[in-house]
Write a protein that binds this ligand. Sequence first.
Ligand code: APR
Length: 231
Amino acid sequence: MEKLVVLTGAGISAESGLKTFRDSDGLWEGYNIEDVATPEAWRKNPELVQAFYNERRKNVLDAQPNTAHFALATLEKDFDVTVITQNIDDLHERAGSTNVVHLHGVITRSQSSKNPNLTYSINGWEIKMGEVCELGSQLRAHVVWFGEAVPMIEKAAMICTEAEVFMLVGTSLAVYPAAGLLDYVPDETPKYIVDPKIPAISSVQNLIKVEEKATVGVAKVAEMLRKDLKF
Ligand code: APR
């Protein structure tokens, strides 16, 4: 089976009711991203950061995958699919995708504030202040903040070098190193991009633009890919 690599961003979960980062005046749920998603914010006001992510976790648990998530899962019948997501929600997994790389962590798990490799499942929706990891340090959300390392990036880059078909869905490509992954995809690989407001991308070969929201655009691309398979 052909290797299909899909890089997703907040836009794929927008129609599940989860807000994107950069569609509303640079604010995320009323906050500057940097004020709640940095190690400095955690040092200054851990209660605020914890409460912010607890709220985001509640929203994610209440949300349901949409037809774009499901369409990507269904493509596993015809392609060897890897989803690389910048999203911290687990909607790809809940839609049935079996091969998902979370570049920025996943909010349904907690993480030691001393050692990022120590992650745990969470009972319910909340991480409480005073809940500690096995090293005795406060638990926080298992998400990658601005200024922190992105441990999965090398694995993701390697996967991109092997892509025979590539799809980008719902990302503004504003945040590195994720945005740089496109550079690892071979020139000859067809690259479909689904977004109602396609970001400016320069010097990329074989780009096919599908200017639609995710639920419409991913279905269209899936249909094009299946048609190609028949010839
Ligand atoms: N379907 C598809 N795309 C959509 C939809 C939709 N219904 N609605 C909005 N979009 C598009 C926007 O046009 C935009 O290009 O989704 C993109 C969202 O961009 P961002 O908000 O910047 O989200 P993302 O690219 O995922 O952000 C990257 O930034 O803050 C960090 O760590 C966070 O992972 C995140 C990273």
